[in-house]
Design a protein around this ligand. Structure first.
Ligand code: GAL
Ligand code: ZN
Length: 691
């Protein structure tokens, strides 16, 4: 990895995708003048222009791009230069139809959309390498170049392919991982249902099978497919590192995307960037998106970049709701609050043709008269005012374990006691912590610095290795508070149920043994009774657990079917505490309970009276920047005993200072940013701002 000592991009970055190649040349200068007016300083291009860059095999045309880049450099606008490899041109696909991806049911997909490639295809990889080399050679020292934008949203349409080339790569990958054919048979437990392979050539990618597939094979195929795309990414990264060593490299992520292990992707790139499209029609979408922003800032433990977002409506939901006035600003500044050093949009000018002609743009179909342009231009000013915030960290005292093995293994067709989803469980735990006013980071176990968080939550850690259990036990012994959700410690990395049953290697830490998983039907009346008197109805899951003598039972099951059995436990281990939650608790039950857990871990939390207002703090150790974001279409008020300057006023009434503190009235979707001296160097400090 190239070492990038400081944030390499304009602070704050502001701009978006521009596709000038889709427009007549006359519009270019006009667009650039409008960009300058709006304060744009960074553009992504030319993401889908492979056919324009290489109209025929090995015939490169770059003059048009050079002309555009020169004009941008002259205008002081930087470029996240796409390597252009996101979608292969028709001539290439026609000449090599074998590079088209194949689905699990054997259907080879046709040309006519984007990402029409098998990630393993040797011819595709060779042409990708050639185009990247050409781009780096031709534009590597261009003054507009700030960042390499490698490919685009890997896996958005194609992350898995079931073609023969992929099957051969899968076999090689398996031999590397398991050492030998015997190793594969052993890892997959192929004696069950007569699956034993006597020759490596017999092993195939998991196509559509007559009945349930082998879970270990499915999990290995997920890992292989993620690694395979990573190999494609690395191919480009290596070329760029060699030819343009000083230029940082990124590829745009898609939140906590199921198909690709972003811990591994982030490790090989220089800058983490993300595409985020919270649904303006969903009044809780700011909570969901905060979970992925937590991952983005944690992947490299430093600021990241919101490289794509929608100015208003997208064009890929069943119903594409536009953003209300002010919502563009609230969404963009929420990302900045959560550690993004900028806000960029898809796209600059609305396309008149193609599948995205109804997707919003900074210049909608009414051009500079569009509402988005006015709102975006104002945002450009806000981002410029927020320049001092760039490079600062987000204060956070709690983290969620994000682990792709568990994400992959909890698949609908994984033959489990009932359908489980990491995302659903994680969203619930995260939403509860979010409602307590906490900004939640993500951790990899092992890998991340766990000790820095007073509280770590594993909403469900179905796959648990001995190494992970050891890291978590070390964290607790050292004084950490660990919350482990249901269906954790169930299988090892080979999808093999741990000897003695769950929670496997977590048994000693939690002091719990699961006798049986007990998924609940809607008709059951199972209740969880807390010692505090509170009662909760688990939404879909319970477990029959046995507990060790030194384990405290904090809640038990009441009513059918697990009457009087322990439900939630606590064990003090070393200097810390380990909780086990055997029931699938709803948000309503989790919020007050996690409140208590956090309070006991000495995290300063308060139940927010208004879940639509987020308070998130960034700090550089000297100055704190407190973002107060109103995500609702109605005004809100925030108040606190704080002595602060207003770096960014909510576009409404200016904050009122009273002897007792500060009162801020936020208009619908209003955002204020306060500045004050950092009260503490610890990232755990929470400002007392009531909403
Ligand atoms: C992203 C993609 C962009 C554009 C955008 C529309 O997935 O990277 O090219 O399609 O979505 O929302
Ligand atoms: Zn393939």
């Amino acid at each position: 990895m190239t070492d990038i000592p400081r944030w390499p991009l304009p602070a704050m970055a502001f701009g978006g995708d521009w596709n000038p190649d889709q427009w007549p040349r006359e519009t270019w200068r006009h667009d650039i003048a409008l960009m300058q007016r709006a304060g744009v300083n960074l553009l992504s291009l030319p993401v889908f222009a492979w056919p324009q860059l290489e109209p025929d095999d090995g015939e490169y045309r770059t003059d048009w791009l050079a002309e555009i880049l020169d004009a941008l450099a002259e205008a002081g606008i930087g470029v996240a230069l796409a390597t252009g490899t996101a979608t292969p041109p028709a001539w290439l696909v026609r000449a090599h139809p074998e590079m088209l991806p194949v689905r699990a049911d054997g259907v080879r997909l046709g040309f006519g959309s984007r990402q029409s490639y098998c990630p393993s295809s040797p011819v595709f990889r060779a042409k990708v390498a050639a185009l990247t080399t050409m781009m780096a050679t031709r534009f590597g020292d261009h003054p507009a170049l700030r960042l390499w934008h490698v490919s685009n949203e890997y896996g958005d349409h194609i992350s898995r392919c079931w073609c023969e080339v992929c099957a051969a790569s899968f076999r090689r990958w398996l031999l590397r991982r398991h050492g030998s054919l015997a190793g594969v048979n052993d890892a997959w437990g192929t004696k069950v249902w007569g699956q034993v392979y006597t020759d490596v050539a017999q092993i195939d990618v998991p196509r559509v099978t007559p009945g349930p597939d082998n879970p270990a094979r499915l999990l290995d195929f997920e890992r292989f497919s993620s690694d395979n795309v990573l190999e494609l990414f690395t191919l480009e990264l290596d070329i760029l590192a060699e030819l343009t060593p000083g230029v940082p490299r990124t590829t745009n992520f898609m939140g906590i995307f199921r198909d690709l292990d972003y811990w591994r992707f982030a490790a090989v790139e220089d800058v983490v960037s993300d595409d985020a499209y919270p649904d303006p029609g969903d009044d809780a979408s700011h909570t969901g998106i905060a979970l992925s922003y937590g991952l983005m800032r944690s992947l490299k433990d430093r600021p990241w970049l919101l490289i794509e977002s929608a100015p208003s409506a997208v064009s890929w939901r069943p119903v594409n709701v536009p953003k209300a006035p002010g919502q563009l600003r609230a969404h963009a500044l929420q990302a900045v609050a959560h550690g993004s050093d900028g806000a960029m949009f898809f796209q600059w000018r609305a396309a008149r043709t193609g599948p995205e002609r109804f997707h919003s743009a900074l210049l909608g179909h009414r051009g500079e008269a569009s509402r988005s342009f006015a709102e975006a231009s104002a945002l450009g000013g806000d981002l410029a005012a927020l320049a001092p915030v760039a490079g600062s960290r987000v204060r956070s005292s709690v983290a969620i374990v994000v682990d792709w093995d568990t994400i992959w293994a909890l698949r609908p067709d994984a033959s489990l006691p009932a359908e489980r989803s990491w995302h659903e469980e994680a969203r619930r735990y995260h939403a509860a912590l979010h409602a307590l006013g906490l900004a939640v980071d993500s951790v990899a176990v092992p890998g991340s610095d766990l000790a820095r968080y007073p509280v770590i939550v594993a909403p469900t850690l179905y796959v648990t290795t001995d190494e992970q259990a050891e890291a978590l036990a070390g964290y607790v012994r050292g004084g950490g508070t660990l919350v482990v959700g249901p269906f954790s410690g169930v299988v090892d990395e080979r999808e093999r149920v741990h000897a003695g049953g769950p929670p496997g290697p977590l048994r000693d830490l939690l002091g719990v043994e699961v006798d049986e998983q007990w998924p609940l039907l809607d008709t059951e009346t199972q209740v969880v009774q807390f010692e505090s008197g509170a009662r909760a109805t688990p939404h879909d899951w319970a477990e029959w657990i046995e507990v060790a003598d030194d384990v405290e039972v904090l809640a038990h099951y009441d009513g059918r079917p697990l009457h009087d059995r322990p439900a939630i436990t606590r064990r003090r281990v070393g200097d810390g505490v380990a909780y086990y939650v055997s029931a699938g608790l709803s948000l309503d039950a989790l919020t007050p309970w996690l409140h208590q857990v956090c309070a006991e871990a000495e995290i300063d939390v308060r139940m927010s009276a208004n879940p639509s207002v987020e308070v998130v703090t960034r700090t550089d150790g000297v100055v704190d920047y407190v973002f107060v974001v109103n995500h609702a279409p109605i005004p809100a008020e925030a108040r606190g005993p704080v002595d602060a300057d207003v770096l960014l006023a909510p576009d409404g009434d200016p904050p009122v200072r009273r002897p007792s503190g500060l009162t801020i009235t936020l208009p619908p979707f209003g955002v204020a940013v306060l500045r004050m001296p950092s009260p503490s160097e610890s990232l755990h400090h929470v400002h007392s701002i009531e909403v």
